[in-house]
Design a protein around this ligand. Structure first.
Ligand code: SF4
Ligand code: SF4
Length: 433
């Protein structure tokens, strides 16, 4: 057995907790989940069905842990792991599964294929078979945490420019963007690029929020890699920063996986709840609107808008009504996509796929189901609250000729805040960081 296969099996052993074991043991291979997977629904190919992709992991599991599999591997279709198996697993776990969990919702036995695929990703990362781009992005984020002092000074100058942009858009020189201010109520964690900072600054200012900007970005590529050490190291930067500043809330920008990682997974990595709340900006937008803290003019957004629920925010995160509160207040006509909320199909760009150039053809193919839904909604504008979804839907629009524009909730809110002024000034659209 090669060294990389040994590393993979050691990582597999570490990933085998009670939930993964249950998912591996109880599948009845009934196939009910197949149509609920956007990949299978888009391609119709058997290898894209959830149970087919998890079967490759089950074979390894039976060989290593099932007594019958050890003695009569052929009896339970158990297989010794080879380099070729790992390469094939990479296709199932990294290139085509977005870890969206829609199949788990539709399995009568509650089998969560995404959990199995996460264990597979952990194996592959340990074996050095994870996509190079995800490894580089995760390593860059860890390095930024280790060299933050050098980086902070450069970032201060960038923030001063962004503050000026936000002042000009709002027409209010009193707007301020502070960096890591001690004792603020909110620590806002953006993505790299002005498009997640300037609109947030305008909204916080208009709502009278006591906020400060994090020196780090929200995304966590360690989660996509299935590498618990890197995921923890990336999350630790924000946890330490928030604890040091003594903030009451950490608010994450429009990014699905960042929210899922820090809100739901990270407390488990650090041994319990944090001394601050973790929230998505989507929750705050809805809260400010309900409390009457934002005066919105929906006529600034006259085109019909439909909404794509990010799997991480909606199905996994439970943020189902908040985006709708925002849309009903900020746009003139909101049209639901069908299905939506927790049952929404994945767009095909999650799980880190949108960051890996060599997966482009596969993710566009797997996005056919979402493209059909968008067409059926018949709205020229698609709103979403996740950067990965934004990039994927923009690509789907050009690949399938949908002729739709994609936007974020913050952008719509800023336009509605500015009202007539929104037509005169440039409101930055979400765009690739
Ligand atoms: S995961 Fe669930 S729905 Fe899918 S084949 Fe297995 S038991 Fe059936
Ligand atoms: S987690 Fe999502 S992409 Fe992966 S098998 Fe299930 S439905 Fe398909």
């Amino acid at each position: 057995m090669s060294e990389s296969v040994q590393r993979a099996l050691a990582a597999f052993r570490r990933a085998l907790d009670r939930r993964v074991l249950t998912a591996l043991e109880v599948c009845a291979r009934c196939g009910i989940c197949a149509e609920s997977c956007h990949v299978f629904a888009s391609t119709g190919q058997l290898q894209d069905a959830p149970t087919a992709r998890s079967e490759a992991v089950r074979r390894l599991y039976r060989r290593q842990y099932d007594p019958l599999g050890r003695i009569f591997p052929w009896w339970v279709r158990a297989g010794e792991a080879t380099e070729g198996d790992l390469d094939a697993l990479s296709e199932a776990a990294f290139a085509t599964c977005t870890l969206c969990q829609r199949c788990a919702m539709n399995c009568p036995l509650g089998v969560d294929t995404a959990l199995i695929m996460k264990a597979a990703r952990a194996m592959l990362a340990a074996a050095g078979k994870a996509p190079e781009m995800l490894v580089q992005l995760a390593d860059a984020a860890v390095a930024r945490g280790e060299n933050v002092q050098v980086f902070r000074e450069i970032y201060r100058e960038i923030v001063a420019d962004l503050e000026q942009q936000a002042q000009e858009q709002l027409g209010d020189p009193a707007l301020r963007i502070s960096l890591e201010r001690q004792g603020a109520d909110i620590l806002y964690v953006a993505l790299s690029g002005a498009h997640t900072i300037v609109p947030a600054a305008i909204i916080f200012h208009a709502a009278g929020a006591d906020w400060t900007l994090s020196a780090f970005e929200a995304s966590n590529y360690g989660v996509f890699l299935g590498d618990p050490e890197k995921a923890r190291a990336i999350a630790r930067r924000i946890v330490d920063e928030a604890t040091h500043l003594g903030v009451r809330q950490v608010v994450l920008t429009e990014c699905g996986h960042a929210y899922a990682a820090l809100r739901w997974e990270a407390p488990g990595w650090f041994g319990g709840e944090f001394p601050f709340r973790v929230r998505s900006i989507v929750e705050l937008l809805a809260e400010y609107i309900r409390e009457g803290r934002l005066r919105l003019d929906p006529s600034a957004n006259p085109l019909p808008v439909t909404y794509h629920d990010s799997c991480n925010l909606a199905r996994k995160g439970g943020l189902l009504e908040e985006p709708r509160v925002v849309l009903r207040a900020a746009v003139q006509e909101f049209r639901e996509m069908t299905p939506s909320r927790a049952e929404a199909y994945c767009c095909g760009g999650g799980g880190g796929l949108v960051a890996v150039p060599e997966y482009e053809e596969r993710r566009l193919r797997a996005g056919r189901k979402k493209a059909e839904q968008i067409m059926a909604a018949g709205a020229p504008l698609v709103a979403t609250s996740c950067e990965n979804c934004f990039l994927q839907i923009r690509d789907l629009s050009s690949h399938y000729g949908l002729a739709v524009e994609v936007t974020g909730l913050m952008e719509l809110v800023v336009r509605a805040l500015l009202g007539a002024r929104a037509r005169a000034v440039r409101v930055p659209a979400l765009q690739a960081a």
